[in-house]
Structure formats: structure tokens, C-alpha cells
Design a protein around this ligand. Structure first.
Ligand SMILES: [Zn+2]
Length: 400
């Protein structure tokens, strides 16, 4: 250990931080700064309260050199270029960057400048990396402590509210605010609005839900991650689970009850069961393969008999569906098999109202119309009676 320290001191002007860091893993419960000072003490180099010893090829000359050391004191560490002395000022700058942002936890990251990285490599080549700690790690930790002291906020590496990156190459701080995730369930009570941003549509389910959240959080963007989506012309009367993500929120303490009430002012969308969520739940929603129930109002070209309707029981089972014509312009043409779990019907004047339950991804309109033979079997195909879907509602989303 002492050999390493001597070797480094011979090589460069080194501050206590940079000296101690090379043997950081040998002792715990102390700082690199203290380790460096201790090493200097052992090497009888503790001739100044805060010395940067001059390079010395010959330790016998220490006494002689000590006089010169007073002058050399002004010289910066040749490993970190005096970075650790600047940390309090950097911490102050970081706190200024964080002003106006509500956060409870933070984490510090560092991007080294090219010269710093190069010198670190040089040092490691000379004295080895066996017990050392990387410069970045020490800067992150020490800057973190300083910011914590100034703000009273805790450093949290696992799920920080903000990430402050000290970019030493660009001499600036980058602040990244963690997204907020709110779980809820929505009903879409009207036809003609898409779930998320879509071509010419000005109103979306996402916008209606996100608007009050954006007002309060002053976020810069939002995403609605939902368990599936209904067609634009379909209502969603069943409660559809979603996670709303607010990007770059300046405020993260929210009153979900008030926000829910604000969204529910809308006559178009209602939301329920709000609670805090996280990105893991987004993934789970996206992977969920929940069965759905639908109500479909259908008009057949020719009158249908009771016998006809009973025949439709044959549809229950596996349905082969080529990508529907109506979405072919944006999705690849492929054949999929989806299960129709159940089918019930009720006459409504000239029309028939079906209540059906199907596997996730079943195209319901095509199950009725047959989509020119692209879906088989289908109601229209089975009865040899063309059919159109007059109205479609999602009435339940079955999560297990
Ligand atoms: Zn240094």
C-alpha cells in the first residue's frame, strides 16, 4: 500500500483525495481525503496542514523539499486538477439548477472531461487498479453529500426523483426529473375520440385525463399507457386500466382526489381508482392479455331467423383473422388465431345485439362482417347474410 502511495507521489502532485482513492478499498468507514492524509502521515510527508507535495524522486530530500513545498502548495493536484476544491461551488450551482423543482430524493452522476479520464488511466497503468476507487464514484459521493447538506434531501440511487449530472466536459449540470406514474381506470362515454394522439382528431382520452395533471405538475409531456385500446368509434363502458406518465414534473405531491374530480368534469371520459404507480406496472399493463367483453349492435341485410341465430353458436372457439382491411395500411398483414369465448344475442327491432367475450386481440367487427373472407368463421359468412356493425361498446375488461 505504501509502495503504491510513494510511487504515485513520485509521479505527480497529488491531493489527499486522489491519494486516498487509490487505496480506497483497503479500509472502510472513512473518506479518501482522510485516507490520503493518513498515508502522508505515515510517509512523514505531513509537513503542512493541506499539502500537495511536490514530486520527489528521492525521499531523503523531503526536508529540503519542504521549504519549496510552501510555494508548490498553490499548484493544483495533477490527478483531479483541483476538482475537489471546486466541489462546494459545484454543489451550490447544482442546488441553483434544482430550484423550483419538487423532489425528495436525488442522485448525482458525473461525466469526466477527456483530460481527467486520461490522467486516471495513466495513474492506473503505473500503480495498478487493485484497491482503487474510480474518480467518478468519489465525485458522485462527495458532491452528493454537499448537496444533501445544503438541501436536506437524501441521495437515493435506486429510485431518485431527480438525477443531477455534472458534465465536466461541457462544464454544466444536466438535471433529469423522474416521470410521475399514476394508475387509474377510465370509461370513454362517447364515440369518435381516439385513446391517444391520432391524425386529425383534436380531442383524445389521453389529453382529457392528462390536462389537470399537466396544470398542477408543470410537466413537459405525458403518455397514457393503457391495457389495450378501443376503436375510435367504440365507447368503453368497462373500466379500462391505465397508467398516466407525466414527464419532467416540477411538482410531485398531488391530490389525486381533486385531480380525479377535475377530469370527471368531462362528459366524455370518467376516471376511477387513482393511485400511485411505477414503470413496472406500465410493463405489466402492456403485457397483460385480459379477455374483453363487448356489446355489438348488428344490422343484417336479410331478416335473420331464430334458427340462424342458434347457428351462430358455432362461432365460439378459434377464429382465424387476417389483419383487417381497415388497419392494413399501418399494420403488417398476418394471420392470427383468437378465441371467441362466448356469444349471446338479443333482438332489438330490426337489429341484433350481441354480447360477446373474446381473447385479447380479437377483432370484433370482423368477427361479425367477415371482412371479405379475411376473418373465418364470421357471423355474416356463416349465415351467408351480409352484416354491418352499427355500434360497438367495450363493456368489460377481465383482469385476472
Ligand atoms: Zn486530486
Amino acid at each position: 500500500m505504501l509502495d503504491r502511495a510513494k510511487r504515485l507521489l513520485e509521479l505527480k502532485v497529488v491531493c489527499d483525495h486522489c491519494l486516498g482513492r487509490q487505496v480506497a478499498q483497503l479500509t472502510s468507514g472513512t473518506t479518501n481525503d482522510a485516507r490520503g492524509r493518513a498515508l502522508r502521515g505515515i510517509l512523514a510527508l505531513d509537513y503542512d496542514a493541506k499539502p500537495y507535495p511536490v514530486k520527489s524522486e528521492n525521499f531523503a530530500n523531503i526536508q529540503f523539499r519542504n521549504k519549496k513545498a510552501k510555494k508548490a502548495k498553490q499548484k493544483s493536484c495533477e490527478v483531479c486538477f483541483g476538482l475537489f476544491e471546486k466541489l462546494p461551488a459545484y454543489a451550490a450551482a447544482a442546488v441553483r439548477e434544482l430550484k423550483g423543482i419538487e423532489y425528495h430524493t436525488f442522485v448525482v452522476g458525473t461525466i469526466l472531461s477527456r483530460p481527467l479520464a486520461t490522467v486516471e488511466e495513466e495513474v492506473w497503468e503505473e500503480i495498478g487498479t487493485e484497491f482503487c476507487e474510480p474518480l467518478k464514484a468519489e465525485v458522485n459521493r462527495e458532491l452528493g453529500k454537499l448537496i444533501s447538506n445544503r438541501t436536506g434531501k437524501d441521495a437515493d440511487e435506486q429510485i431518485p426523483d431527480v438525477t443531477v449530472t455534472l458534465n465536466l466536459a461541457k462544464r454544466q449540470f444536466d438535471v433529469k426529473i423522474a416521470s410521475l406514474y399514476v394508475y387509474g381506470e377510465y370509461q370513454k362515454l362517447v364515440r369518435g375520440i381516439p385513446q391517444t394522439k391520432w391524425d386529425k382528431y383534436r380531442v383524445t382520452v389521453e389529453d382529457i385525463i392528462a390536462k389537470p395533471f399537466m396544470c398542477v405538475t408543470k410537466g413537459t409531456g405525458h403518455s397514457l399507457h393503457a391495457l389495450g385500446r378501443e376503436d375510435i368509434d367504440a365507447r368503453c363502458l368497462g373500466k379500462r386500466p391505465f397508467v398516466l406518465e407525466i414527464k419532467n414534473p416540477k411538482k410531485r405531491t398531488l391530490n389525486l382526489t381533486t385531480l380525479r374530480a377535475a377530469v370527471n368534469q368531462s362528459k366524455k371520459v370518467q376516471i376511477f381508482n387513482l393511485r400511485w404507480s411505477d414503470v413496472k406496472e406500465v410493463v405489466a399493463l402492456k403485457e397483460s392479455r385480459a379477455e374483453k367483453s363487448y356489446r355489438v349492435l348488428v344490422r343484417f341485410k336479410k331478416p335473420v331467423t331464430e334458427k340462424d341465430l342458434k347457428m351462430l353458436k358455432k362461432l365460439v372457439g378459434s377464429i382465424r383473422q387476417h389483419t383487417p382491411t381497415r388497419v392494413l395500411h399501418r399494420r403488417a398483414n398476418k394471420l392470427r388465431r383468437r378465441r371467441l369465448c362466448s356469444m349471446m344475442w338479443k333482438r332489438k327491432g330490426k337489429d341484433v345485439e350481441f354480447t360477446i367475450r373474446g381473447e385479447a386481440g380479437l377483432y370484433v367487427k370482423e368477427l361479425i362482417t367477415g371482412d371479405n373472407g379475411r376473418t373465418q368463421p364470421s357471423a355474416a359468412g356463416l349465415l351467408k347474410n351480409p352484416a354491418v356493425v352499427k355500434a360497438l361498446d367495450v363493456i368489460a375488461i377481465h383482469r385476472n
